[in-house]
Each structure stands twice: as structure tokens, then as C-alpha cells.
Design a protein around this ligand. Structure first.
Ligand SMILES: Cc1cc2nc3c(=O)[nH]c(=O)nc-3n(C[C@H](O)[C@H](O)[C@H](O)COP(=O)(O)O)c2cc1C
Length: 393
């Protein structure tokens, strides 16, 4: 029998299917954001305002999507952002993400709040797994978690710093979403009306943050201890690559680098933290300009397709990371859905490069952008192309 064809041809397809497949409480946990969710919307609208300049009659028949980072090459210019509790989207989500990362040679950030242990994820994804650290259990507890990741073989650590406090996400509040689960009548109704998800999830074991003893993970705990002093301590303790995630201010990017960060990860946490934060894409050029060439910049928040990846690279990122779309695809169709989404994005990057006359992902830069961007309708900054002429490496 021929394998079933995926119905996912875009992130939007994946989201629509996920919405049908998941109990509302789970869909909202993945899809939701802080406040009025304008920050989340701003992240995607920012991509629509950036246009690419087609260039013709350049033989870009052989295109190379690989990018250099941390002394090696990754097969693709995008990876997977850290996301806690992925197995809520689909029982095998973590496993499928790890397999995809290994097969496509892309980085996979394994969250502190992952639904599979960091050791297991390192085993499954090998050197493509990066560990994402949340401050927790004080300085000593946080350093101990980093050391555990080191012992498990991780070479790259991502310290997330944009969650000093977990933002209130109205959808979660309305639904009574909590980790671990509290069964409310509303939640029960959502599970009862989505028996396929509920039975599969029950059979696989209800997901929980597996890097902690049962009940030991406090999702609402303050993480404000992740301050500059802590970054210095972590730098002293962590021998591998250190990335600081959640940076949107150029001064913060410079300061993190001065304290020893090897790379800066521009992100607004997908609008899940500060509703009034600028679009991540809008701050990217200023951060690249502040860092100059040579310091790798990772990017997420609003990446939905291959052209979005191209735009992030053109505006100064070395690699773009995919958040919600990966979980939507997994929720929609499991491994098949994830593969369809990822191969669709990779294919679209390659095709976009052909239209742009660019043979290598590493060559995407300011020249790739259409100079006169559409006038922003929401007051967003329009970077001057001349000011963007900064080589990445
Ligand atoms: C369900 C979910 C869980 C997340 N958990 C984490 C996490 O544990 N650590 C972290 O640094 N970021 C976490 N994030 C934020 C993502 O890493 C990323 O910044 C965000 O999803 C990017 O925005 P986008 O999904 O709109 O593209 C999470 C995001 C989602 C959707």
C-alpha cells in the first residue's frame, strides 16, 4: 500500500489540521500568546513587510542550503526552537523531532521542560541536539542542570533569558491549563470530544516535564535569577558553545557577547512573554549591526515558511528556528506531518534561492532584499539597506 500523502502544504495547513485534532486546551497552549496576542501577530506581519529582490539569468542550478556554525556545517539554514512538553502535541513528538534533526542535519533545541529526558534526546538526536537551560533551583541548581547536559554529551547550551516571570497567557488562564494537569470540567469536555488524541496520549503516558522528578517542576516559578552575574558564572562553568536566547536590544546583545556568549539568539518567545515587544524580525538588523560580522545570530518568532527563513538570513541571521509550526504539523499528522512541513520549507528555501539568483544559503544578505520595502502600516522600523551591509562571518 502506498504511504498516505500528507495534507500539509504550509504552516497554515498544519495549524488548521492541528486545531481540529487537538483538545482546545492543548491547541491553545501551543498556539496562544501573552496579553492580546498582538506581539505574536506582529512577529508574522513583520515578515510580510520584507520583500525579496528577484534576480534573473544567474545560473543557480546547483544550490547549497548548508550553513556554517560553531566550526561545522549544518545541512539546512533552519532548526527547531526549544519547546517544552512537545509530546502534548503528539505522543511521539520528541522522538520524531530528534529523528528529523539527525536525518536533515539540523539543530534541535531540547527544552529544560521537555517531555523526554535530556539524556534520551541526546541519544536520539546526537550532536544535533542543543540543550536549552531555564534558570531554576537557584544558581547552583541551574549550574547543576547545565552540568547534567554536559555529562549527557551536549556541546551547545542555549540559555533562555526572556522569561524572568512566565507571562499570563489568557487562553491558558481561561482553559485552566496547568502542568501537571488539573482535570476541570472544561478540560474533560475537550478530551472527551477529541478521543483520538486522548486515547493515544493516555496509552503513551500523560506527558510531564521529564527532566525533573515528578512534581518538582514549577512552571510558574520566577526565573529572574538569570541575570548578567549568572551568565558570567555559566560561562565559567560551561565548556561548549553558549547561546543566549531572548535578546531584542542591541546593548543586551553586545553585553552578552562581552560576557562570553558565542552566539546571540534573537527572539520574542513567539509573543508568549511581552505582548508589546517589537517584532523579532524588526530588531534583527540592529542586532546584527551592533555585533558586526563574526558573531553568529540565531533567530525565531514568526518563521512560517521557506521565504521567511530566507528573509531572516538576509536581515542578518545565520540560522532561523521554527517554533509552533513544528508542533502543529506533529499534532496534525505525526512524523508524516513533520516531514511534510520540514521538506516543504527546505524545498521552498531552495526554490526562493533560485529566483534570487543565489547559489548558497550563506550568501543571503542585504543584496537579497528589495530595497524599498513596503511602507509599514503599524509604525515598524524600515531598515535602510545600506546600513545592513554587514557580512555575517
Ligand atoms: C508550546 C511552546 C513551548 C515553548 N517552550 C519553550 C521553552 O521551554 N524554552 C524556550 O526557550 N522557549 C520556549 N518556547 C518559545 C520557542 O522557543 C520560540 O521562541 C517561539 O515558539 C517562536 O515563535 P513562533 O512559534 O511563533 O515561531 C515555546 C514555544 C511554544 C509554542
Amino acid at each position: 500500500m502506498a504511504p498516505r500523502k500528507s495534507r500539509i502544504h504550509s504552516s497554515e495547513d498544519a495549524r488548521a489540521l492541528a486545531r481540529r485534532r487537538l483538545p482546545p486546551l492543548i491547541f491553545d497552549f501551543i498556539d496562544g500568546a501573552a496579553g492580546r496576542e498582538r506581539g505574536a501577530a506582529r512577529n508574522t506581519v513583520a515578515f510580510d513587510r520584507v520583500l525579496l529582490q528577484p534576480r534573473v539569468m544567474v545560473d543557480a542550478g546547483a544550490r547549497d542550503l548548508s550553513v556554517p556554525l560553531f566550526g561545522r556545517r549544518f545541512g539546512l539554514p533552519f532548526g527547531i526552537a526549544p519547546m517544552g512538553m512537545c509530546n502534548l502535541a503528539h505522543p511521539g513528538a520528541d522522538r520524531h523531532l530528534a529523528a528529523a534533526a539527525a536525518r536533515l542535519d539540523m539543530p534541535l533545541c531540547v527544552s529544560s521542560a521537555a517531555s523526554t529526558t535530556l539524556e534520551e534526546m541526546a541519544r536520539l538526536a546526537g550532536p544535533n541536539a542543543w540543550f536549552q537551560l531555564y534558570f531554576g533551583g537557584g544558581v547552583e541548581g541551574s549550574l547543576a542542570m547545565a552540568d547534567r547536559a554536559r555529562r549527557a554529551g551536549y556541546e551547545t547550551l542555549v540559555l533562555t533569558v526572556d522569561v524572568p516571570e512566565v507571562a499570563r497567557r489568557p487562553r491558558d488562564a481561561r482553559n485552566g491549563f496547568s502542568v501537571p494537569f488539573r482535570m476541570t470540567p472544561r478540560a474533560f469536555w475537550g478530551f472527551a470530544t477529541h478521543p483520538r488524541w486522548s486515547l493515544a496520549t493516555l496509552a503513551a503516558g500523560v506527558p510531564r516535564p521529564r527532566n525533573f522528578d515528578t512534581g518538582a517542576f514549577d512552571r510558574g516559578a520566577s526565573r529572574a535569577g538569570a541575570d548578567w552575574g549568572f551568565l558570567g558564572r555559566l560561562r565559567d562553568a560551561w565548556p561548549g558553545n553558549l547561546i543566549v536566547k531572548g535578546i531584542t536590544a542591541p546593548e543586551d546583545a553586545r553585553r552578552a557577547r562581552a560576557l562570553g556568549a558565542d552566539a546571540i539568539y534573537v527572539s520574542t518567545h513567539g509573543g508568549r512573554q511581552l505582548d508589546s515587544a517589537p517584532a523579532a524580525l524588526d530588531v534583527l538588523p540592529a542586532i546584527r549591526a551592533a555585533l558586526g560580522p563574526g558573531t553568529p545570530v540565531l533567530f525565531d518568532s514568526g518563521v512560517r515558511n521557506g521565504e521567511d527563513v530566507v528573509k531572516a538570513l538576509a536581515l542578518g541571521a545565520d540560522m532561523a528556528m521554527l517554533g509552533r509550526p513544528a508542533l502543529w504539523a506533529l499534532a496534525a499528522e505525526g512524523a508524516r506531518g513533520l516531514d511534510a512541513l520540514l521538506s516543504g520549507i527546505a524545498g521552498d528555501i531552495s526554490i526562493a534561492m533560485a529566483q534570487l539568483g543565489v547559489g548558497g544559503a550563506g550568501q543571503l544578505g542585504p543584496d537579497t532584499l528589495f530595497a524599498a520595502r513596503e511602507a509599514p502600516d503599524d509604525g515598524g522600523a524600515v531598515p535602510d539597506r545600506a546600513a545592513l551591509k554587514i557580512a555575517k562571518t
